[in-house]
Design a protein around this ligand. Sequence first.
Ligand code: SAH
Length: 387
Amino acid sequence: MAEAQVVITQRGAERLFAGHLWVYRSDIRSAEASPGDAVRVCDERSRFLGRAFYSDSSQIAIRLITREDVPIDRDFLAARIRAAAAFRNRVVENTQVCRLVYGEADQLPSLIVDRYADCLAIQTLSQATERRKIEIAEILQEIFSPRGIVERNDPKVRLLEGLTQKVSLLAGEVPPEVIAEENGVRFHFDLFKGQKTGGFLDQRENRRAAATYASGEVLDCFTYNGGFALTMASRCQQVEAIDLSPAAVEAGRRNQALNQIANVSFREANAFDVLKNYDEQGRRFDMVLLDPPAFAKNRASVPAARRGYKEINLRALKLLRPGGYLVTCSCSHHIPEHLFLEILAEAANDARRQSVVVDRRTQARDHPILLTVPETHYLKCLIVRAL
Ligand code: SAH
């Protein structure tokens, strides 16, 4: 049988020349390939452009893996996974939890591998990585000898690939809760049911950075399992941590007990209401943290997202004592940093609080940003001091 091959348009080829890894369905001329094949990619003059994962369903039809003419086999995948892990050995510190493979940025498009102590959680988010799931699990077992591997394949993007949403144990054993330490704090992680693959690994370095500015009374508005709140508690007098989700608040309380931390109080509440009420009551804090879910999931929702970010940031700034800190995040890829800064400037101005940005941060280094794929840059974390 002839090798699987996809011919792309000139516009598609230009996208690859510009460094992007994705070619959309509208730029596919012809495809002699099955779902999930690692295909040869050529232009209309039969020039070889690289090898890519092919999807027959998603708008992202092609995800480039390499520009070289080499087989995409088990050894190839193992070498890429080893390279990704070697980089983590260099940059990841103070934690038993980290992202080992971050998809496109590790040249392993649509594959996520997260480590939680001796267990792994993986996501295979395209037809190609789904098809190689067992092989990938075997490679991970060879390299990392984990206690077990969970597939956290419940993200909605799987539906665009014609794949189902599912969570299951792929190998070994994974307890309902894994206890792992990050920045000196222990957390319970539920790899089967927790948000994302169990936790928000991308905020590790920001939690540590935020803690260096923390003191007095702190309000952590979207706390999830208490990540920011518990990391900074020892430097503070009192931390109030809120989340809309009962399961999150419950997890936060259990992590608090696990670490025997007394000065954090968790409660279930809507951050928009709490900020508004505290503003009206004239409550004051030394630090407010805002780490909401992505308000802009796509381009169309940017204007509404902008209003949402402005509202919470404006209120949070008003709650700060002179010299207090706002730690504010946005994980919407569609709100780039310059826009986020603009929203904050408007918020500060409307709040009549002159404010300075003291630290401009992003996702932790185990989630590197591939320069030519802007989609890999999503998290902004700004530490702002209200004068
Ligand atoms: N700060 C956390 C991650 C937060 S993720 C960490 O460091 O790990 C966003 C959280 O916001 C989720 O736990 C979600 O349940 C919560 N959330 C969503 N909408 C909310 C709202 N209106 N008020 C309070 N919490 C909300």
